[in-house]
Design a protein around this ligand. Structure first.
Ligand code: SDX
Length: 430
């Protein structure tokens, strides 16, 4: 009997050892793959609360200590010293780049920002008021219709060009969706601008006059993208891994991740937070909404609060809250009342026993929308912004999954509770 194993005894006395595997840091895992073969039973874990789906070197989260590390680097240090493009290199390639590596990577990304002109015709087919996330997932999915000549997942060069195209072209697609919504002409990317400057240019410039990029806005977006870049096996990243595990092309796998991110329980929460704050309106109404959130018969949840992993604070929310002060101060935003309302809501909620007992704290989505709004980005585009940051994590995880020698198609089982076998009856006899 090996030391590092759980011992399982079935109701009829059948014994089994389940080996324990240790990671670099964090909880051990119990290997259960043999369970069905030897005991004909499945484990059962809806929502995968206690289930590790894979082995990964990319991101580590400690929910109790509020730790988030990308390839071992604490997110606080990357937020202070790095840039989104450098963090993208780190997540995709595993180490911080040297000067020449970063320059080459940045140059490559800048030169892949244009879309195939045929892709732009998609936007003529969407209704003017289509949700930007609907357009993003559709057009990202269409990338496999344009780049099918370089989608051999076994080819490392194809894996690199895929990463460059996703990182470089998603901002262009996102900006095109925004321009459709506001009825303005599409703005082509500019290679002389960095990632966030280029995004601001494509979002807010018009052909009729010069557009001056505000460095405060560019820096704020860069920091938000760093904080959203990856987050272990979250819903959308797991979706990308799941879709990619069948051998589906990487662009389709990323499009699946975009779709999963859209949900209000996940990346759609930043849009839902702003809508909630506007519904609350002012401090006098906070109590009513806190009560609604606590009422088990009311489906309302305090958006931007709670997290599957973080059970005291989300380190990203802490950084973003600090950013709000600086950005609102520098941009003189009229959204300061909204920020004040959010701060008051947080203070009241964190003193409430319900939120304390259930370990519900502000997450990454609670304050991010206030900054997006102060930058002139509409609520409907908030989850698109999340997707731009997370596109790096999705890409890094797809690349890790696709070269995993132990990788196999993801295919969970179930607890069947449906009807037992029964015979077909002709319609006349039903
Ligand atoms: C993101 O996974 C990631 O890493 C995600 C993310 C990333 O970077 O990828 O961090 C990004 O998605 C952040 C989360 C954004 N979503 C929201 O802010 C939506 C509001 N939050 C919740 O819906 C909820 O907290 C989740 C979805 C975030 C977490 O859900 P869990 O882990 O399944 O927790 P749960 O639903 O089982 O809740 C536990 C209890 C429940 O009460 P009981 O049934 O035990 O009585 O807490 C309650 C819930 O009702 N609860 C809330 C609440 N969140 C949980 N009650 C009121 N308001 C809330 N926000």
């Amino acid at each position: 009997m090996s030391e590092d194993a759980y011992r399982l005894t079935s109701p009829d006395g059948l014994e089994m050892e389940l080996p324990i595997r240790k990671g670099t840091v964090g909880p051990d895992v119990i290997e259960i793959a043999r369970l069905y073969r030897e005991h004909k039973v499945f484990t059962y874990d809806p929502g995968f609360v206690s289930t590790g789906s894979c082995e990964s070197d990319i991101t580590y989260i400690d929910g109790e200590k509020g730790i988030l590390m990308y390839r071992g680097y604490p997110v606080e240090q990357l937020a202070e010293h790095s840039s989104f493009i450098e963090v993208a290199y780190l997540l995709i390639h595993g180490d911080l780049p040297k000067v020449d590596q970063l320059a080459a990577f940045d140059n490559t990304i800048r030169r892949h920002t244009m879309l195939n002109e045929g892709m732009l015709s998609f936007f003529k087919g969407f209704r003017y008021d289509a949700h930007p996330m609907a357009m993003l997932s559709a057009v990202v999915g269409s990338m496999s219709a344009y780049y099918h000549d370089e989608m051999d997942a076994t080819n490392p060069d194809h894996r690199d060009i895929f990463a460059h195209r996703i990182l470089a072209k998603l901002p262009t697609i996102a900006a095109a969706a925004f321009k459709l919504n506001i009825g303005q002409p599409f703005m082509y990317p500019r290679n002389d601008l960095n990632y966030t400057e280029n995004l601001l240019h494509m979002l807010f410039a018009v052909p009729a006059e010069p557009y001056e990029i505000d460095p405060v806005a560019a820096d704020a977006l860069d920091l938000l993208f760093i904080l959203h870049a990856d987050h272990e096996q979250n819903c959308s990243t797991s979706t990308v891994r799941m879709a990619g595990s069948s051998g589906a092309n990487p662009y389709s796998a990323i499009a699946a991740g975009v779709a999963a991110l859209w949900g209000p329980a996940h990346g759609g929460a930043n849009e839902a937070v702003l809508n909630m704050l506007e519904d609350i309106g002012d401090v006098s109404q906070i109590g009513k909404y806190i009560d609604k959130a606590k009422d088990r018969n009311d489906p309302f949840r305090l958006m931007g609060f709670g997290h599957r992993v973080y059970k005291n604070f989300d380190p990203r929310a802490t950084i973003i809250r600090g950013m709000c002060y600086k950005v609102l101060d520098r941009l003189g935003s009229q959204d300061t009342p909204l920020f004040d309302l959010a701060l008051e809501l947080e203070q009241i909620a964190l003193k409430d026993d319900y939120f304390i007992e259930k370990n519900l704290y502000p997450n990454v989505d609670f304050y991010s929308g206030i900054i997006y709004r102060a930058l002139g980005i509409p609520t409907s585009m908030f989850t698109v912004m999340f997707a731009l940051g997370r596109s790096v994590g999705w890409t890094a995880h797809w690349r890790e999954m696709i070269v995993d020698p132990t990788g196999r198609i993801s295919r969970p089982r179930q607890l069947y509770t449906g009807p037992l076998a029964r015979d077909y009856t002709q319609i006349e006899k039903r």
